[in-house]
Every structure is written in structure tokens, then in C-alpha cells.
Design a binder for this molecule. Structure first.
Ligand SMILES: Cc1cc2nc3c(=O)[nH]c(=O)nc-3n(C[C@H](O)[C@H](O)[C@H](O)COP(=O)(O)OP(=O)(O)OC[C@H]3O[C@@H](n4cnc5c(N)ncnc54)[C@H](O)[C@@H]3O)c2cc1C
Length: 387
């Protein structure tokens, strides 16, 4: 739909391989995953064997040693097929990079090969019941007890939460604040699925129905001291340092979904016959879709420039926020337009023009990974710097 200059021949070859895997191994079974509210564990290993996982992790840790464009190709192919049961980006572009960047050699060798092959499923737990937007308010506690860390608290809406073999948990470091009255820092703690004191329960939700989304309880959950990821008390700094890539990944996903919905909407309007032609012949339809197409084109250009910046190591958080804000809000707008323009057929749960699930799946994009309001806060509070 848009001319892009980002990719090389190898990326296009990868795109065909990924498309083939998804069409044969995932698309036929995805309705069952929706019914089960999760993907089967086996698909993660199949995805690993097909080269869908951890493309940017070096080969000596089990990855492919590729660049972020490999990840982009995979995210796009999954997004445009609405395969919410296999959101590989969480494992490949967030959990594994945390371990690769912050882990010591023992942790890397212990966890990364399994994440890369799909033998292990990963999750990251930041959000708590009292709110996910304000990470400063995080209250799950990590107390040191001899050579163990004891976690107490709750995390909620955690993707892959019930199935994960490894969860990276952000928790407030116990101990003193040095008499400053300031809250202590955070620790990032690696929690294995069989850690005593960890219980998990699935959350029912309307959007992204095949994605395992769970509530986690840590009741004096004990892990060895060796499971501390990075330096103690530095968790908030680490979280912030990963925000740009998380936001970019979500923008890549939303943009690919936008382009699919836009094409589907134009197609349905151009084939829906009315007494005077098609619904695309109405000027009202053309104006609405012209605006959305223009937004999507501008967003495509901006998201690709953010990808280029990330590849060059110069993506700044403000631009990542703009990319996430714009791409997810345009997605929500095109999903709403598709429903409106498809009429009653869009409101049905079956048939080629069903559109309500897209509205529900799109709705979370402006919330997770930092809501639109938080994105605007980041951009707005940095405006003095543009002078
Ligand atoms: C399907 C799904 C998967 C998820 N996966 C994960 C995961 O893997 N790991 C994880 O840690 N979390 C995950 N989350 C949680 C997600 O990141 C949070 O929902 C998100 O950060 C917002 O937090 P909240 O829902 O607690 O909303 P709140 O923080 O309560 O905010 C609610 C609303 O209040 C407004 N608001 C909040 N703060 C501000 C502000 N500063 N300024 C202006 N307005 C504001 C916004 O409109 C916001 O949407 C997931 C959520 C869902 C639904």
C-alpha cells in the first residue's frame, strides 16, 4: 500500500517464510485459540524452529543475530493477520533483550536459548491493580532474606502470564531509604514458573481474545538472590531505558493493523452496491477515508523513520511516543470507520465484513504500553526543547 525503502532482499525473503508459516501453522487453528483464550504451548517451539523468535539476539545466546528489521517483518505479518494469540514481540523484542542487556552470563545462558527456541515462554510484569500508568507508584515488594529474594504483591493484565516459564517482575526494593524519606528504588527479578508463593489466574477480556492475559499473586514468593536482573535499585532506570523500543514495537504493530483495516474498508465500500453506485461513491465516505489514508501514510513514514533511528541507535523517547500515539489513534479511528461503513454486517460476529472484533482489538492499543494520555504528557512536557 505504501512504498517503503526500509528493507533489503533478505528481509523480503524472511517475510515470505513467515507468511507461509503463519498461513499454514497458525491461521487455521487461531479460532480454536480464541475459544481457548490462549495459544497451545507447542506453537512457541514451532515458531522458534521456523525462525520467528528473538531475531535480534546474538547467535551465541541462541538467537539469529539479525537486525530489528527482522522483528518488524514478523510483527507486521502477525498484526495484519490479527493473530493475537502469538504476540512474539513480547518475547523477542522485550523479554529477551532485557535478559540480554541486563543479565549476567549465567542468566543469559540459563534463559536465552529457551526463549529463542520457544522451549520457554517469557512475560514481563509491571502493571499492578492500583494502576499501570504510574510506574513510580509500584508497590509489589522485593525483600532480601539471606540468599533469597522474597516477593509480596500483585501484578495484573500480564500477557503470557499463565503460561510463562519465566516472568521478569518489577518490584520495590526493600530495606531503608537512607533516611531521605524517598521511596526505595526498584529491582528487576526473574521469577520461574515453579517459584513457591506464585499463583496465577486468567483474566477474561473482550479484545485480543487469544492472548493469555493473567493476574499474578506473589505471597512471600521466594527466588534465589541470583535471580536479581541487573543492579539492585536500578529497576526504574532500566524500565525507562526500554520504553522507546516498547513503544516502537507497539507502533509497528498498530500501523500494520491500520493498513490492513484500511484496505479492507476500501474494498468493502467499493463492492457494496447502492442505488447510485457503491458506498465508496458517496463523497462522505471518500472524505472520511481520504483523511484516514492521509493519516496512515504520514504515520507509515514516521514509524519507518523511527525504525531507522532505532537501527542507528538514536531513537528518542519523544519520537517513540509520537509514533505510538499517532499509529494507535489512527488504528482506533479506522476500526470505528470500518464498523460504521460496513453497516449491520459489520456488527455481526460472523461473515466477511465482521468489524466489531477489530474495534475491541484496537481499543487496547491506545492503553497498553503507556496510554495516549501518557504519550501526550511525555511529548507535551518536552515542548520547551523544540525552541
Ligand atoms: C491485553 C493486555 C495485555 C497487557 N499486557 C501487559 C504486560 O504484559 N505487562 C504489564 O506489565 N502490563 C500489561 N498490560 C497492562 C497495561 O500496560 C496497562 O493497562 C496500562 O499501562 C494502563 O494501566 P491501567 O490499565 O492500570 O490504567 P490506569 O493507569 O489506571 O489509567 C487509566 C486511564 O487513566 C488515564 N490516565 C492515567 N494516567 C494518566 C496521566 N498521567 N495523565 C492523564 N491521564 C492518565 C488514561 O486515560 C488511562 O488509560 C496489559 C493490558 C492488557 C489489557
Amino acid at each position: 500500500m505504501f512504498k517503503r525503502t526500509l528493507f533489503e532482499a533478505d528481509h523480503e525473503t524472511l517475510r515470505h517464510q513467515i507468511a507461509d508459516f503463519l498461513e499454514t501453522q497458525v491461521v487455521p487453528d487461531h479460532p480454536q485459540w480464541v475459544a481457548d483464550r490462549q495459544a497451545p504451548r507447542a506453537i512457541w517451539q514451532q515458531a522458534g524452529a521456523a525462525g520467528l523468535l528473538c531475531r535480534t539476539i546474538p547467535t551465541d545466546c541462541g538467537g539469529h543475530g539479525g537486525d530489528f528489521r527482522d522483528s518488524v517483518v514478523i510483527i507486521e505479518e502477525i498484526a495484519k493477520r490479527r493473530l493475537c494469540g502469538l504476540l512474539t514481540f513480547l518475547q523477542s523484542d522485550i523479554v529477551a533483550p532485557y535478559l540480554h542487556r541486563l543479565g549476567n552470563e549465567v542468566q543469559r545462558q540459563e534463559y536465552l536459548p529457551g526463549l529463542c527456541s520457544g522451549r520457554r515462554i517469557g512475560a514481563i510484569a509491571l502493571t499492578e491493580p492500583q494502576g499501570g500508568s504510574d510506574l513510580h507508584a509500584l508497590s509489589c515488594a522485593a525483600e532480601q532474606d539471606g540468599d533469597e529474594i522474597v516477593l509480596t504483591g500483585e501484578k495484573t493484565h500480564i500477557s503470557n502470564g499463565s503460561q510463562a516459564d519465566l516472568i521478569i517482575v518489577a518490584a520495590r526494593k526493600g530495606g531503608t531509604d537512607g533516611g531521605t524519606g524517598q521511596p526505595t528504588g526498584f529491582d528487576m527479578v526473574l521469577v520461574d514458573a515453579d517459584a513457591p508463593g506464585l499463583t496465577r489466574s486468567r483474566i477474561n477480556k473482550t479484545g485480543m481474545p487469544a492472548l493469555d492475559t493473567s493476574h499474578l499473586r506473589f505471597d512471600g514468593c521466594r527466588v534465589p538472590q541470583g535471580n536479581l536482573l541487573g543492579a539492585s535499585g536500578m529497576g526504574f532506570f532500566y524500565l525507562v531505558s526500554f520504553l522507546s523500543i516498547e513503544r516502537l514495537v507497539l507502533a509497528v504493530y498498530a500501523q500494520a493493523m491500520t493498513e490492513t483495516l484500511l484496505q479492507e474498508t476500501v474494498k468493502l465500500c467499493s463492492t457494496r452496491q447502492t442505488g447510485q453506485g457503491t458506498t465508496l461513491d458517496y463523497q462522505a465516505t471518500q472524505f472520511r477515508l481520504a483523511d484516514l489514508y492521509g493519516e496512515a501514510m504520514a504515520n507509515r513514514s514516521f514509524v519507518d523513520s523511527c525504525i531507522t533511528d532505532h537501527l542507528a541507535g538514536r531513537l528518542d523517547n519523544r519520537n517513540a511516543c509520537i509514533a505510538k500515539l499517532r499509529s494507535t489513534e489512527t488504528l482506533a479511528a479506522i476500526a470505528a470507520a470500518k464498523l460504521q461503513l460496513s453497516g449491520a454486517r459489520g456488527y455481526c460476529t460472523e461473515g466477511p465484513d465482521t468489524a466489531t472484533q477489530d474495534v475491541l482489538d484496537s481499543a487496547i492499543q491506545t492503553i497498553w504500553g503507556g496510554s495516549s494520555e501518557v504519550m501526550r504528557n511525555v511529548v507535551g512536557s518536552s515542548l520547551a526543547n523544540i525552541l
